[in-house]
Each structure stands twice: as C-alpha cells, then as structure tokens.
Design a protein around this ligand. Sequence first.
Ligand SMILES: *Cc1c(COP(=O)(O)O)cnc(C)c1O
Length: 379
Amino acid sequence: MQGFGETIFAEMSALAVRTGAINLGQGFPDEEGPEAVLDAAVEAIRTGANQYPPGPGLPRLREAVSAQRLARYGLSYDPATEVFVTVGATEGIAASVLALAGPGDEVIVFEPYYDSYAAVIALAGAVRRPVTLRPVEGRFTFDPDELRAAVGPRTKAILVNSPHNPAGTVFTRAELEAIAGVCREHDLVAITDEVYEYLTFDDAEHIPLATLDGMRERTVAVSSAGKSFSVTGWKTGWVTAPAPYVRAVQTVKQFLTYAVSAPYQRAAAYALANEIPWVEELRKSLQAKRDRLITGLEAAGFSTYRPQGTYFVQADIRPLGFTDGMALARALPEKAGVVAIPTQVFYDDAAAGAHFVRFAFCKKDEVIDEAVERLARLR
Ligand SMILES: *Cc1c(COP(=O)(O)O)cnc(C)c1O
C-alpha cells in the first residue's frame, strides 16, 4: 500500500478544522435522515439486535433490497442467494474486486475515480486501466474507442459508477450500451457502484447496467443506505448479483468483517420499505442546492459543470487565473475560508484533472450561501 498515504479527505478535513473554513470537501449531508429511520435503529438496539447477525445479512434487509430492485428496475434477485449485505458500498466494492481480480489481472475504471477503487485494486495485486471522462458539451463522458482500447488479455472486470462521483455524470443508455457491448464481447464482469441511484436531477434517469441485454448474468451491483437516506455514518450496503458471484464475494467478505452491524440493517430494511417518498424530497432539495451552489460559484468567477446526479459540482479554476487545483485547494482555506477537493487526485492522468476542484452541495442553504460569499473574494 505504499503510495496510498492519508486520503485527500482526511487532509482537507483536518485543514478545515485547523482554519475554521467551511468544509465543502468531503461529501456528507449536514441534515439528518428520516426520523422514523433513526428511531428504527434505536428501537433495534432496545429490542435485542445486538449480537452477530447472519454473515450474508439479516433476511429482512435482503428481502427489502430484493423488493426494491424489482419494484424500481424490474430486476429480480433471490434474497436467499443473490443479495448480500456489506459494510457500506465500500466493502461491497472491495470484496467484489478481491473476489474477481487477482495478481496481474486488470480492472478498468473511469477516471476521475472514487478513491477506494485504486486502493482496493492494488490490494488485490491487480492493475487499474483508467479510461478518462472528459467534458463534452457541458458534461463528462468517455470515448468508446478508448474504452475498447483499454481491454487486454488480462482484463477481468470493469468498475462502473453512475451517477458518477466526482464527475456528476449519469450514464445514458447509449453510454451503458457501449460498456455492455465491451463486457459481452470480452466476457468481463461489471461491478456497478450505484450509491447515488436515487440522487439524479432534471430528466436524468439512473439505469442499472444489469437491466441491459445479457448484463444481469455478468453484473455485480453495489449500493448502500448512506447517500439515499442521509446516513453516511451507518456504513450499511448491499450487493446484488447471480448466486455464484455472491458466493465469491461472501467468501472474501466473511474474513474482512464477517457480518454487518445488526441495528443498522434493521433500520435500513425499514428505510427501503417505507421512506422512498422521503428520498424523493431529498432529491428535489439537492437539485435546488446544486443550482444554488452553481449560481454562487459562477458569480465568484468559476466555470462549472452542472451535475446530473450526486452531491458534487466540478468547477474549472482557469477563469479565475489559476491552473493547479491541488495548489488552490491547499491555499483556499487561508485565501477564502472554504475547503474543496482537488479533482486531480482521482486521476492517473493528473494533467486531465489539474484545473478542476470539487465542491459538495449536500449542505444547508446558509452554509452554501456563506461559502460562495467567501469565494467571491478570490477575484
Ligand atoms: C460515498 C460513496 C461510496 C461509499 O459508500 P458507503 O456506503 O459509505 O461505503 C462508494 N462509492 C461512491 C461513488 C461514493 O460516493
């Protein structure tokens, strides 16, 4: 793990604390999830959910996940053999990569990529093959030829995150078809990170890759309660996949953490079954916060990319006369009292992301307003 030092989030959050800056770096909401879901967790502790639950997860959560995939996407998974509970999406992705890729194998990722992908591919002894997302007409996308060129004889899997953090892209059906075509042609497994499945804006629609022709049988889908229900500290996630893949993931996961916190599993099952209307309100509120932040960033002199989903806006720093996002992010707390994340840390090709910084908008309106007021001083 040499080369994987302190994460950028730890560095920037420590900087925020030291300087008293407003932290628009790490993406966690500053408002609570649904009251009844919080109560369900408390109730679970009070009513005995305090010992090791079954390794694959509580049946009620696996049933709730199965019901959610069916109702929302028409995807049918057997809760007994095809649904598996993990310590957040992070462990679901880690166990999937460790199960499916070994030393010398290759895993394709779209860059900028979520930081745990690179680390867990390294833990597996595998090699990451990045395909760069680049802005085209206001949104980040990939060149299908570059994707095809990234496949080699050792390629085992492709990691697909949509809605995409940090680019904000929700892959269209055409983009997903291009990915599915490569998977089918080269017999690759797709590991999909769908943690923002509900948090899409305007007319963007989240389409699970597993719904495309021939993909259910080769897709390991990962999601979690954290982003949907504003409980990022609960670290309760799940994997849905054909039974042989679930068995492989389970074989790894049982020795990582064995099982997942029982009270949060009960509460997550409650949330999936009862609080989707709450999530719809969250989605609308986040869309308004996105627009609020973008208006402020543009007024402060950044140029921005309007995300189709997630918690994050990419801002181009060049209109303000800066070129190095890392240097700006390190200086920003002193210069303007705001913390952002330099997007280049999520690329192998750092030059491709050098001039972007990522701001989170999953914050109270007054926090966003104060942040953009401070950023206006940069001019
Ligand atoms: C937040 C996030 C995760 C982690 O989800 P947990 O359930 O907290 O482990 C995974 N992938 C992406 C893209 C995320 O933004």
